[in-house]
Design a protein around this ligand. Structure first.
Ligand SMILES: [Zn+2]
Ligand SMILES: [Zn+2]
Length: 207
C-alpha cells in the first residue's frame, strides 16, 4: 500500500449530489492529503447483475414478524468492488455504499451492519438501511441520514488506513457505534490520538 493514493467510491442505487459533495469534502478533511482524488461512480447495473458476483444467496429474514426482508452478504459487494478495483488499478482503496441491508460474510451472525471493511483487500462497504431511523420514524430529515452515512463511510475508510481496531474515545469517528444514538453523538473526524497515527503514516510515506 502506497500513500497518497486515489480513493474510489461506488454508489449502488441512486444518491443525491449533496451526499456526494458531503462525502468527498469530509473524507478529504478527515484524511487530509491521503487521497489525490476521490472518484465517485454510480453502479448502473441492476440487482440481478450484482447477484452474479455472489456465491451466497441473500438471506430471507423475518423482521418484527410482519415483514420479510432480504439481507445481502458483504462478500457480494467486495467482489463487485474488486472487479472495479482490478479494472482501474489507480483505485487501491474502494468503498461501496448501498441502500440494501447487509450481513457479514465472515461473521454470519452479524446482521444489519452499518458497514464493514475488508482490510486485506482494501475494500469497504456501508449500508444506509439501518442508518435510517426505522423505529421512531423521525421526520424524513435527509440531513441527519447524510451525516450518518458520511460518518460511517469515514469510519470504514479509517479501518482501511489504520487497521481493525476501534478507538475508545466516544467522540471519535473510529469509535464503534452500537446504535444510532452513538453514531449521532460521535464526530465525523478522527480524534487527536487517531490523528497522531495518521500523522505517523504521513511521516513514513513522506507526504
Ligand atoms: Zn469499525
Ligand atoms: Zn480516535
Amino acid at each position: 500500500m502506497l500513500y497518497p493514493c486515489n480513493l474510489g467510491i461506488s454508489l449502488y442505487l441512486n444518491f443525491s449530489e449533496s451526499l456526494v459533495e458531503n462525502l468527498t469534502e469530509n473524507i478529504n478533511l478527515a484524511f487530509d492529503s491521503f487521497f489525490y482524488n476521490i472518484f465517485v461512480s454510480n453502479w448502473s447495473m441492476d440487482l440481478k447483475d450484482l447477484l452474479l458476483f455472489g456465491r451466497e444467496e441473500p438471506k430471507e429474514l423475518n423482521v418484527k414478524l410482519k415483514e420479510t426482508v432480504l439481507i445481502y452478504p458483504t462478500d457480494l459487494f467486495y467482489k463487485s468492488l474488486k472487479k472495479v478495483q482490478n479494472l482501474r488499478y489507480l483505485l487501491p482503496l474502494k468503498l461501496g455504499i448501498t441502500h440494501l441491508p447487509l450481513y457479514s460474510s465472515t461473521k454470519k451472525n452479524l446482521i444489519f451492519l452499518y458497514g464493514e471493511a475488508h482490510i486485506n483487500h482494501k475494500l469497504a462497504v456501508v449500508s444506509t438501511y439501518n442508518l435510517r431511523d426505522l423505529q421512531t420514524n423521525l421526520p424524513k430529515d435527509h440531513g441527519i441520514l447524510e451525516k450518518r452515512i458520511v460518518k460511517e463511510s469515514i469510519h470504514e475508510i479509517g479501518h482501511l488506513i489504520l487497521g481493525n481496531n476501534h478507538c475508545i474515545n466516544p467522540d471519535c469517528v473510529m469509535n464503534y457505534s452500537r446504535d444510532l444514538g452513538k453514531v449521532d453523538d460521535k464526530s465525523r473526524f478522527p480524534c487527536n490520538s487517531c490523528n497522531e497515527k495518521l500523522e505517523e503514516i504521513r511521516e513514513n510515506y513522506n507526504f
